[in-house]
Write a protein that binds this ligand. Structure first.
Ligand code: CTP
Ligand code: MG
Length: 394
């Protein structure tokens, strides 16, 4: 683990005129998540990340903050949202004004490149860290390239020395900030701005997944990539049961939050059957075993632990094998507590932890069995997860 020295600027303030949607491009949804959310979700486990700054349209400041909080809020990352400017460069200038003074490196990323992989971010960051030189991802060009004038093709350009520039582009923070102070013109990327001032720029191999969503057909391609093939998405189920504690003073935790007025549940941890069922559903979806095989009762650090600890660790385990949750649904079975009293708060807390929508329901057993007798509660969860790495690298 590298020290937290990295700030990432995600520019999302464009209007998306070429896309032609009725909302700014970063807020157009692909399979139920906005482009901004897709582009931020890859950052939640990025090594050394200290700060994320989103440049948003003035109309979407609050919405951007909500999205960033829900995706990154639990990861201990400083989040800032600034209002963007008329041009991409102006939007970045506004973001640079709030870069944390402790950040040594800064990466600038287009929200519109919503599916750039975590490994691309890591590759660019390490190149800058090692060389103290600006570095961008660049992709070889497959098409034969022609120079034209009017209606005439003048010549074929040697494409072997050409690359398409992508983001995230990485810089030593102080150098980029200084360059923006003196930049004389409007450039289409930050590498060009730096080079106009004589800075050297290196490149690492880009990736097809990081291609920019610009026109409507790019959206169709993104949907196709995201939803293609059963191998990319997987489902899992989880069940957990805990007995009510004999100690009436023990507090009840379900879905990571406290439920006043109902006795707590027994267990090695805090007995949060809802969170544990979610953990099992996520682990089973990823083929990673279950809560017992990952966080066994022999591990003292999990004694009395809140469900949030297990869920966060589980998301990290999934991320290591390239998966992230798409949605989770969980159902409590038992007489108490009355879920309707705190359903929304629970869904909010769990959604923030899982990084994807979590819905929470409840039922009773009509008085039958150990749940009907009020001996304890059961929870059942299902999870859908999707491959995030590799799926979009062509
Ligand atoms: N961008 C920005 N501020 C601007 C213009 C662009 O933050 N004033 C961001 C966009 O939100 C996008 C990235 O820069 O993530 C790349 O720009 P582009 O793909 O051109 O997006 P838009 O400007 O939104 O699209 P269009 O040019 O079609 O209007
Ligand atoms: Mg634009």
């Amino acid at each position: 683990m590298t020290a937290r020295d990295l700030a990432v600027i995600v520019v999302a303030a464009g209007r998306g005129e070429r896309l032609g949607a009725n909302t700014p491009k970063a807020f157009v949804e692909i399979l139920g998540r906005s482009i901004l959310e897709h582009s931020l979700s890859v950052l939640s486990n990025l090594d050394a990340l200290a700060q994320v700054i989103v440049a948003a349209p003035a109309t979407h400041r609050e919405a951007s903050l909500d999205i960033a909080d829900s995706v990154l809020g639990q990861a201990g990352i400083r989040i800032d949202v600034v209002v963007g400017g008329e041009t991409r460069q102006q939007s970045i200038a506004n973001a640079l004004a709030v870069v944390d003074s402790a950040a040594d490196l800064v990466l600038v990323h287009d929200a519109a490149r919503a599916f750039a992989s975590q490994s691309l971010f890591a590759r660019v960051a390490s190149a800058v860290r090692e060389t103290r030189t600006a570095c961008i991802p660049a992709l070889a060009i497959a098409d034969t390239i022609k120079r034209v004038e009017g209606e005439n093709v003048l010549e074929t350009v040697d494409r072997s020395t050409l690359r398409a520039a992508q983001t995230p582009q990485g810089f030593v923070a102080s150098e980029l900030i200084a360059a923006y102070r003196v930049a004389g013109a409007d450039f289409t990327d930050d590498a060009a701005l730096m080079q106009s001032l004589g800075h050297r720029v290196l490149f690492v191999e880009g990736e097809a997944a990081a291609e920019k969503i610009t026109v409507a057909s790019d959206l169709v391609r993104a949907v196709a990539r995201l939803s293609s093939g059963g191998a990319e998405t997987r489902t899992g189920i989880g069940v957990d049961v805990h007995r009510f504690s004999a100690d009436p003073a023990k507090p009840l935790y379900l879905g990571t939050i406290e439920w006043p007025g109902v006795p707590g549940l027994d267990g090695h941890s805090d007995g949060d059957a809802v969170s544990h069922a979610i953990v099992d559903a996520l682990l089973s979806a990823a083929g990673l075993g279950d809560i017992g095989s990952n966080f066994g009762v022999d591990r003292p650090e999990f004694a009395g632990a809140n469900g949030a600890v297990f869920i966060q660790s589980t998301i990290a385990l999934l991320s290591k094998v390239g998966y992230r949750p798409v949605n989770v649904s969980v159902e409590l079975v038992g007489n108490r507590p009355k879920v309707s009293t705190q359903r929304e708060a629970t869904e909010r807390a769990l959604t923030a932890l899982v990084g994807a929508p979590v819905s929470f329901g409840a039922t009773t057993t009509d008085g039958l069995g150990f749940l009907g007798n009020d001996e304890g509660v059961a929870a059942m969860a299902s999870a859908l997860i999707i491959k995030t790495e590799a799926r979009l690298t062509s």
